[in-house]
Design a protein around this ligand. Sequence first.
Ligand SMILES: CC(C)(COP(=O)(O)OP(=O)(O)OC[C@H]1O[C@@H](n2cnc3c(N)ncnc32)[C@H](O)[C@@H]1OP(=O)(O)O)[C@@H](O)C(=O)NCCC(=O)NCCS
Length: 185
Amino acid sequence: MSEDQSISSAGSPARRFVASIRLGTPADAGAIAALHAESWRSAYRGLVPDDDLGEGLDAERLEFWHKRFATPDAERRVAFLAMSDHLLVGFACVLADADPGHGPLLDNLHVKPGWRGHGIGALLLHKARDWSRSIAPGQPMHLWVLEGNAPARRFYRNQGGVEVERRSEDRGGMTIAVWRCTWRE
Ligand SMILES: CC(C)(COP(=O)(O)OP(=O)(O)OC[C@H]1O[C@@H](n2cnc3c(N)ncnc32)[C@H](O)[C@@H]1OP(=O)(O)O)[C@@H](O)C(=O)NCCC(=O)NCCS
């Protein structure tokens, strides 16, 4: 897919936010992994064990994205990238079959720090929902969000998401609770 949709908004007087969406490819794994780690460190501090955000995170995310792009059934997952010129400023990944019975899973939605609050997340979510509808007609799309991630939970609520299920686990001396948030088609 070529660039097919774009948003722009005035940021500070010195800065203009412009992003367009394209599909991710295996060649994007490094850039996605770097943004993924950057976003986790900016948003998850205090919500997950510090070890999860330490030095090993960059290599772990890189391996994760290489593996994800290497898995077969490529048509059953999609990564949408928000680009500003050649800079990756956000991404969303949807997996059609990760959690049978619950519809497609929006596994990652991240916008680069400094680029948040300008509609990029909403645009990526919109693309994810459109894809979910096409790959799994009649099924909801869902995601998991950390209970302590108040800005993201508010964002999803404002985007029509409904929290339907809470799960928690103990990890690294912390209790980590997550909510399943779902969108009817
Ligand atoms: C959560 C996240 C993906 C949302 O993306 P975003 O680009 O910041 O989202 P948007 O800009 O589309 O919307 C964010 C807010 O800005 C507002 N907004 C949208 N366009 C705007 C604009 N042009 N000017 C000012 N505000 C705007 C929206 O109303 C929205 O408000 P809300 O949060 O009260 O609903 C992003 O903030 C992020 O990456 N957070 C860190 C990682 C994370 O927590 N990811 C979710 C994991 S489950």
